[in-house]
Design a protein around this ligand. Structure first.
Ligand SMILES: [Fe+2]
Ligand SMILES: [Fe+2]
Length: 270
């Protein structure tokens, strides 16, 4: 199976890049399944129903969220109507939506998508992601119940993401980090066959501070004074993510490539 995962879509610039390029990539790379992290797609914080629909229409099969899952209030009800949106599995137990779901691709193959939040350096205390994901992986054996399993590990710390990669090694097709908006250069297949990259990077304008117009975050760092609003940077976005090819029989990754297209970070593609 040929799968593309795109990192956090940042504001209007990120949405525009996904809308401009994803359908072409689906055809050019013969993609079977596409996951897009949408947690910052609406003004840099959260995802509105309208923007979720736009990303799905642009070619995403599934949207994941993150710590900003419900920053846009209409997501609280929309996520119950749109099964293609996944919120973190270890979010508050009473939160709306689901943290894992089995999808079916155009050829009838089953793809499990799940997302967990890390605990290190996160603003709120979330439940332990390692024990949260355990029953999901146990009930969906890779190559059995699911032909592919994709894990979005949403957190700050590279160590915690790597630990999650190894925790899922051999049990997932891909573990990819999101949330930091900066792609890491450690794209690899782990010993048990799980594709891995510590962070996918963002679909946003890299002439910025992690996707925000750089002036206000710089001012806060330099003066330590609160003040103005953060606004997403509006220049051409780079589509950042990971392409992975899997074996349908085992569910394991056979090939993995970092993806960066357009904008300032343009680099590799499959
Ligand atoms: Fe993010
Ligand atoms: Fe986040």
């Amino acid at each position: 199976m040929r799968i593309l995962f795109l990192g956090d879509v940042m504001g209007r610039a990120g949405r525009a890049a996904v809308q401009a390029r994803l359908k072409g990539l689906r055809d050019d790379w013969a993609l079977d399944f596409v996951v897009v992290n949408g947690e910052n797609a609406s003004s840099g914080a959260g995802l509105t129903a309208a923007h979720a629909k736009a990303l799905l229409e642009a070619g995403a099969d599934c949207l994941t969220l993150g710590d900003h899952a419900f920053d846009q209030k209409d997501m609280m009800s929309f996520i119950e109507q749109e099964p293609r949106i996944i919120r973190p599995l270890n979010y508050a137990k009473l939160a709306p939506g689901k943290g894992a779901r089995l999808f079916t691709d155009a050829r009838g193959r089953k793809v499990l998508v799940t997302q967990v939040l890390g605990q290190v350096f996160m603003k709120r205390p979330f439940d332990d992601p390692f024990s949260a994901i355990q029953p999901v992986l146990q009930s969906h054996p890779l190559g059995g119940m699911a032909q592919a399993i994709l894990v979005d590990m949403h957190c700050e710390a590279t160590s915690e993401k790597m630990a999650m990669g190894h925790w899922c090694d051999g049990r997932a097709s891909l573990v990819v980090g999101t949330h930091t908006h900066v792609p890491t250069a450690d794209t690899m297949i782990l010993p048990g066959g799980t594709g891995y990259q510590t962070d996918a990077g963002m679909c946003g304008d890299y002439n910025s501070v992690i996707g925000m117009q750089k002036e206000e975050p710089m001012r806060r760092f330099i003066t330590q004074m609160p003040g103005g609003r953060f606004e997403p940077a509006g220049g051409e976005a780079t589509l950042s993510g990971v392409f992975v090819e899997t074996d349908d029989r085992t569910g394991r990754a056979t090939r993995i490539r970092m993806v960066r297209i357009g904008g300032r970070l343009e680099a590799a593609a499959p």
